[in-house]
Design a protein around this ligand. Structure first.
Ligand code: FAD
Ligand code: ZN
Length: 483
């Protein structure tokens, strides 16, 4: 990892003479940062895996300013790293350590441009914080269903650029499925106004999909038209202990069919995740009296006000207990209890850092193979290293497992993290062997670039390279990320 490079002194001699002043002039006094301390959080990846360097962070407040910045950087051949909330987990939003790139923060492009409840759309600028987008939808009696742990600080442009997933994908899809239109500034400064508010439009290539999930390598997203949905009026949430891994998937499949496809959340948690969460996160308690090996957090919801979902969930759980799929469980009786169950799920992710080094895998397999995958990867990793502690959890409703591994209790954490590539290889080989993906929701960035090169079919890499060249011939857009 690049963390070893540490924090070098910020120099600004790496950019062409006079460029910094010309860039500052575009954005005005409020729109730039050069102070090393103020830059520090913007050059550091959230887990500290990558620490980069830059002489300049720009905060444009209009699309026109973004356009002028890119035109100037393109003619000067200077790399631009777009940044939203810098919560991305693959090192995509931070510059390299050579100090030759600028950061372009979208934080000041944060206006809600239009709410259209009848069209069920919301038009927002890229710098809007996800939680603010959700709130704007809610104020219009609508739902914007993208929801993830970082929603208080990640920004919609970052969500779009990573094609973010989260906990609502099972019902509503990734952010790609939630987008109707985009406004994008291309590498040469051209503004593409693709703020389409249509549900049907077959006029040629659907260009927005090039930029969604491109991690800032093809252009800068400045605004988007997002799809809204009716607000859920009835929600039922439960935590259940499940017989074994195959039963987890069987239960999901049954609940979908028997609830009229009302399942909007289905998150797997292994016992060790509950142990970590209750040990390390204040206020988290195990809601069940006994210990079990496998759990799922289940949420049903519907816009119908009289859906009676709590009774539906209780009835379905009773039947699953009868059939031996479910062993035990609780169903929230009010929204405070439901929130406590979701906090437990979030705490599983948060608490791992208190158990020393952790090697992460954000992978997906077909939903029907999830149980096989967790069993095979657990066996292979425990064979590869005595005492290693698998902590699988996540969005099994989408086949997406965060297959994280905590270090053996008595091991040095640096020595454990040095095994990252070896353990990745073992897990990723199993994933790919099952027709899965080595990056289900976090993207490629710097962290998985070599893995993409290894596992992607050559025709895909070739097409990606040709698209990159066509849109960004001078390679100024987030160079060295993804490809
Ligand atoms: P950044 O980290 O700033 O940037 C991410 C990438 O997008 C970078 O490559 C950057 O260059 C590029 N970029 C940013 N803005 C733009 C733009 N306007 N135009 C072009 N390129 C741009 N992710 C999930 O998918 N699901 C989860 O459930 C989830 N849970 C998380 C929980 C926690 C606690 C944390 C810390 C992260 C989680 N993530 C999750 C990862 C992360 O939050 C998402 O990837 C998020 O979408 C990133 O948004 P951001 O604004 O922070 O983007
Ligand atoms: Zn996730």
């Amino acid at each position: 990892m690049d963390a070893a490079m540490g924090m070098a002194k910020i120099a600004n001699g790496d950019l062409p003479d006079g460029l910094i002043d010309r860039l500052k002039a575009i954005v005005g006094a409020k729109g730039w940062v050069t102070d090393a301390d103020a830059l520090q959080p913007h050059v550091t990846e959230p887990r500290g895996l990558y620490v980069g360097r830059t002489p300049l962070l720009l905060k444009p407040s209009t699309t026109d300013e973004v356009s002028r910045i890119l035109a100037l950087c393109n003619s000067s051949r200077v790399g631009v790293v777009p940044q939203g909330g810098n919560t991305g987990l693959v090192g995509g939003g931070v510059p390299h350590a050579d100090g030759g790139e600028i950061i372009l923060s979208l934080a000041r492009l944060d206006r809600i441009r239009e709410v259209d409840p009848l069209n069920y759309t919301l038009t927002v600028e890229a710098g809007c914080i996800l939680a603010d987008v959700q709130a704007a939808a809610d104020a219009a009696e609508r739902l914007f269903p993208l929801s993830l742990g970082a929603e208080g600080s990640c920004r919609i442009g970052g969500n779009l650029s990573t094609n973010a997933g989260g906990t609502g994908v099972l019902r509503y899809g990734n952010v790609r499925e939630l987008t109707l239109g985009l406004e994008v500034v291309l590498a040469d400064g051209t503004v593409w106004d693709g703020l389409n508010r249509l549900r049907k439009d077959n006029t040629g290539y659907d260009l927005k999909h090039l930029f969604i999930g491109a991690e800032g390598t093809l252009g800068v997203i400045t605004a988007a038209v997002l799809k809204l949905f009716p607000k859920p009026r009835d929600v039922a949430t439960g935590l259940v202990a499940i017989r074994d891994l195959p039963a987890v998937i069987e239960l999901l499949s049954r609940l979908r069919a028997a609830s009229g496809d009302a399942v909007t959340g289905f998150e797997y948690i292994a016992r060790i995740g509950i142990d970590f969460a209750t040990a390390h996160v204040a206020g988290i308690v195990d809601p069940l009296a006994k210990r079990y090996a496998h759990y799922a957090l289940v949420e049903l919801s519907t816009p119908a006000p009289d859906g009676d979902l709590q009774n539906v969930l209780e009835r379905l759980m009773a039947a699953a207990i009868e059939d031996g799929l479910v062993i035990d469980g609780v169903i929230a009786q009010n929204s405070a209890q439901a929130q406590a169950l979701w906090r437990l799920r979030e705490a599983v992710a948060e608490s791992q850092k208190f158990e020393g080094g952790s090697i992460k895998h954000d992978v997906s397999v077909p939903v029907s193979r999830v149980a096989d995958f967790i069993a095979a990867a657990t066996a292979a990793c425990t064979d590869a290293m005595a005492g290693i502690r698998p902590v699988p959890f996540g969005h099994v409703g989408d086949g997406n497992i965060h297959f994280n591994l905590s270090q053996p209790k008595d091991m040095d954490s640096d020595a454990f993290l040095a095994e990252w590539p070896r353990i990745n290889r073992i897990v990723h080989d199993i994933v790919v062997g099952m027709g899965g993906s080595i990056s289900a929701e976090h993207g490629i960035g710097q962290l998985k670039r070599e893995e993409l090169r290894r596992y992607a079919v050559p025709a895909k890499l070739d097409l990606m390279t040709r698209i990159k060249h066509a849109l960004d011939a001078n390679n100024i857009m987030n160079p060295g990320k993804v490809l």
